[in-house]
Design a binder for this molecule. Structure first.
Ligand code: FAD
Length: 381
C-alpha cells in the first residue's frame, strides 16, 4: 500500500474558483495542492465576463495584463429590446470602469481565461485525474480518497468542486440541486456571416423579450475575431441526463425569430453550432464551513448566470479566504473560516438573489457596489 501524502491545504476542483484559490494561496506562501477530477481541460465554446472586482484579484497573481491583452473591452453594457432595438440602459464600462472601479471590465473566452489560470500553477501542485470519492475527518487532518486509489492527509480542505460538491454533501447531506426552470443556449457565431450583415455589433449587449427571455451577446477576443451569445429561456422541465445537449439554428429561430430586430436576426443566421444547458440552483446555505472543511464558489452559492458574476463570486471567495488564512495562520482555521464567511455571506447571497431574478442592468442603475468592490482590501473582522 502507498504511503499517505501529507499536505497543509487541499483544494478540491481546479475550476475558475479552485484555480484562483490555489494561485492565491501559493502566492501567500501556503503549502497547497489542487485536485481535479478531469484528466485535462478543453476549450469549450463559451464566453465569460470578468468584472473589475475580479481583475483586481488577477493583478495580485500577475494575470491582469495578460487577460486584458486577450479579452475584449466593451465600452458599455447595453440592454436593448429584442424586437424594436430600443435602448433600455447603457452602463458605462471601458475607460470609465478603469477609472471609477479601479480595473478593466473584460469579456473573454472561458477556455482562454481558464488556460491562463492553470498555466501559472506549478505543475507539482496541480493533480489532474484526481476525482475525490471519499473524505474522513480525523483529529488533526482530513483523509482524502481519490478515484485513482491515491490517499492524501490534508490539514484543511477547500471545496471548490462546483454545484454537485462532495464537500457540500459532507457538510449538509446529499441533496440534488434544483432545476431552476431556465435553460441557456450557447454559441460562438460564424464571423463571416456576422460581418456579411454589415451591421455594427456592440461588444456587450443583452437583448430582452417578455418574461425576461434574453440573448446576451458579446465579443470574446480583443481583436474582434470571436463573438458569442448565451440565452436565458424559461422552460417547463429539463428531461435530459446529459449536462448539455445540441440545439439548432431552427430552435433559435423558433424561440427568438418572430419579429426580432435585424441585429438579432443576424445573430440567429450566423449560428452554426449551438448547445443548450440547464441552469441549476440551490437556496443560500446554512453552513459554509465545518471543522477543517470550507466551501467556495458554486459549491457554496450556485446561481443562474444572468448577472455574469458567478465565477467572479467564486474568485472573490478565494481572495477573501486566502486573506483570512493569512491573518490567522492555518492552525487557527476556525477563526479564518468565520472571518471569511462573515465577509462573504451577505454579498454572495445578494448577488445570487439578483442573478436569479434576472433584473441586472435591464434598466439604468449604478453597478458600483459590484464592480468597485476590492476583495484584496475590503476590511476583514
Ligand atoms: P466549477 O467551475 O463548476 O468548477 C468545479 C471544478 O471541480 C470542475 O473543474 C470539476 O471538474 C471539479 N470537480 C467536481 N467534483 C470533483 C471531485 N469530486 N473531485 C475533484 N474535482 C471535482 N460567471 C461569471 O462570473 N461571469 C459570466 O459571464 C458567467 N457566465 C455564465 C454563463 C453560463 C451559461 C453559466 C452556466 C455560468 C456562467 N457563469 C458566469 C457562472 C460560472 O460559470 C460559475 O459560477 C463558475 O464556473 C463557478 O466556479 P467554481 O470554480 O465554483 O465551480
Amino acid at each position: 500500500m502507498n504511503a499517505i501524502d501529507r499536505i497543509d491545504i487541499a483544494v478540491i476542483g481546479a475550476g475558475l474558483g479552485g484555480a484562483a484559490a490555489a494561485a492565491l494561496l501559493i502566492e501567500a506562501g501556503f503549502e497547497v495542492h489542487v485536485f481535479e477530477q478531469a484528466p485535462e481541460f478543453v476549450r469549450l465554446g463559451a464566453g465569460i465576463h470578468i468584472g473589475p472586482n475580479v481583475m483586481k484579484i488577477f493583478r495580485t497573481i500577475g494575470l491582469e495584463d495578460r487577460l486584458a491583452a486577450i479579452g475584449a473591452h466593451p465600452d458599455h453594457w447595453f440592454s436593448r429590446d429584442g424586437m424594436t432595438g430600443e435602448y433600455l440602459s447603457r452602463i458605462k464600462l471601458g475607460d470609465f470602469a478603469k477609472r471609477e472601479y479601479g480595473a478593466p471590465y473584460i469579456t473573454i473566452h472561458r477556455g482562454d481565461l481558464h488556460a491562463e489560470q492553470i498555466a501559472i500553477l506549478p505543475k507539482d501542485r496541480l493533480h489532474f485525474d484526481h476525482g475525490l470519492t471519499d473524505l474522513e475527518e480525523r483529529e488533526d487532518h482530513v483523509l482524502l480518497t481519490f478515484a485513482n486509489g491515491r490517499q492524501v492527509a490534508a490539514g484543511l480542505v477547500i471545496g471548490a468542486d462546483g454545484i454537485n460538491s462532495r464537500i457540500r454533501e459532507k457538510l449538509l447531506g446529499v441533496e440534488k440541486p434544483r432545476f431552476s426552470g431556465w435553460i441557456g443556449h450557447r454559441a460562438l457565431v460564424d464571423m463571416d456571416k456576422l460581418r456579411a450583415t454589415g451591421l455594427d455589433y456592440e461588444r456587450c449587449v443583452k437583448w430582452w423579450w417578455d418574461q425576461s427571455r434574453h440573448i446576451m451577446a458579446y465579443a470574446t477576443k480583443g481583436d474582434g475575431s470571436e463573438y458569442y451569445y448565451v440565452t436565458g429561456v424559461p422552460v417547463d422541465s429539463w428531461d435530459h441526463n446529459a449536462g448539455f445537449v445540441d440545439s439548432s439554428r431552427e430552435e433559435m429561430e423558433a424561440i427568438f425569430g418572430a419579429g426580432a430586430h435585424p441585429m438579432v436576426r443576424g445573430l440567429i443566421d450566423a449560428t452554426t453550432e449551438v448547445t443548450k444547458w440547464p441552469f441549476w440552483n440551490r437556496d443560500p446555505m446554512s453552513l459554509w464551513s465545518q471543522g477543517r472543511l470550507c466551501l467556495l464558489g458554486d459549491a457554496c452559492h450556485p446561481m443562474r448566470p444572468h448577472m455574469a458574476q458567478g465565477a467572479c463570486m467564486a474568485i472573490e471567495d478565494a481572495a477573501v479566504l486566502t486573506r483570512a488564512l493569512s491573518l490567522t495562520g492555518t492552525e487557527d482555521y476556525r477563526t479564518a473560516f468565520r472571518i471569511y464567511e462573515e465577509a462573504r455571506r451577505e454579498r454572495a447571497t445578494k448577488v445570487q438573489t439578483i442573478s436569479n431574478a434576472n433584473t441586472w442592468l435591464k434598466q439604468p442603475e449604478d453597478p458600483a457596489w459590484v464592480y468597485a468592490y476590492d476583495p484584496m482590501t475590503v476590511p476583514l473582522h
